[in-house]
Design a binder for this molecule. Sequence first.
Ligand code: GDP
Length: 567
Amino acid sequence: MRQLDVAAAVVGDEAPARKKQHSVAGRLLDTKRPWRRVIKAVLTAFVLIVTPAVILFGSHTSAPPIWISAANVFRRGGGSAPARSYDKLLNGLLADGFDKESCYSRYQSAMYRRNAGRKPSVYLVTKLRQQEALQNRCGPGTVAYSNALEQLKSGKISGIGSQECKYLVSISYQGVGNRILATASAFMYALLTNRVLLIDPSNEMDELFCEPFPNTTWLLPPEFPLTSYTNFSQDTVQSYSNMLRNKVLMKADVDDVPAAQLPVFTYIHLHHDATQDDNLFFCDEDQRLLRNIPWLVMRTDSYIVPGLFLDTGFREELTRLFPELDTVFHHLGRYLFHPSNHVWGLITRYYDAYLASAQQRVGIQVRVFGSESNSPALLEQITMCTQKRGLLPELHTEVEKSIVRAASQKSKAVLVTSLKSWYPEKLKSMYWEHAVATGEAAVSVNQPSHEEFQHYGAKSHDTKAWAEIYLLSLTDTLVTTAWSTFGYVAQGLGGIRPWVLYKPENNSVVPDPPCGQDFSLDPCFHQPPFYDCRLKHWAGTGKIVPQVKHCIDRAWGLKLVPTSTQK
Ligand code: GDP
């Protein structure tokens, strides 16, 4: 409904009492002409000021529900603070001009973040716009894409494929956190090698996220000729390491291999069981061989970006793109992963109901693996970590002698995500049954869902998982579980260095200390290569370059080091 139509409707529907006032006004207009203009002005002001407010804030108008809830946050601005301005394009990270109804989260997310996040470099922004143009020139629906498919069907490189359009297909499997990190890694590699990124739409990838590139799709269309690509494994004869072993690909004279001698595609196996030969992918020489192969299909369930720093060619470009090195996933995650409208509804409704009005929000991710039973030791680890680090208030152990309401009571909303309800229920009881030692904070504990077990390929399960990851990223302080990609995604999106609950050596003993603050925002590469490409022998890769070192939650994993702390 247009604004003026609404105004007319509001005036037209007036109650009889209001009509009576009008007739009094009409009489005045007839007899005392000098008042006429004044009354007219008052009525006009009513129509222009009051009715737009009805449109914006009334809950029964035709405005979409998500806009209404966004308006609530905008008005609240966290407690009674005045509404703050926000930059919906995240300092140029996001392109303007998308249809906003197709994806509300893309331009509304900034309104929900108290922490505005880090600024992307101008070079990264330029590179993203170039990638969007490439995806448009070569993506599905273009002549270049049809020709590239024909070339792939023919099984050999011919004149038909364009030199400019090369492709990377990323296979989607494992949990939501793994899939997000794998897709971000594939995108990083595509940016570095000027390839078009296409993602396997299976496992709800087409329903959890909005399209990240304007005017094109990143979903691999169904007519893809490698029909069994989702089953590719270590044994696939077209894998890069098998092709090397079978001398289909030769490393001698890597720069001079004629195109006709290259395969039209190869499969990159970087699943967590990747062998040393598969991991040659991270070496300069191998990258030179791969760069002229038109189609690559990649399988990874890891965040491989720290491994790309082992390649000298990529290292220089990566440090230029990310002057603050530990922000790689922070930027790529916020650029690529916009919750679809259904997931955004889950996020915003929960946020508005349980988190928006709190002065402080603490996220606690309790990852329970397999059929682990409820663990009193883990509960103790969580309370020790949160109370000793000052994230949650300590409790009075005795029955209180007097009850005084503190003059400046703070509200803390604790968001617990877990497959089990036992942990949040215990925390909730603790803060109900005991007074907090300082008396200054009211603590509420909330859990959006408890799905009990991890389900594979179940839509509503995945949408809840993605919504909860995102909600964790909207908190001010985060506690995560060691080894969990679910937590890594939340910390990266939120730009938060989390407190990581260390993995206990014995499940019934609380580790000492129970947790430590991560030195980096970026996720951990769980299964990195153990090979020095330059020296061509086994090596611990945590000491080869200053940009990466071992993770705090996984001694052999690799992660990016913030630029300011590199030695
Ligand atoms: P990771 O296994 O901890 O690295 O994280 P992933 O996200 O890759 O896989 C775990 C999967 O288990 C998630 O994607 C969810 O499907 C499910 N899951 C684990 N923890 C939670 C949780 O706290 N909430 C919900 N809704 N699902 C969870």
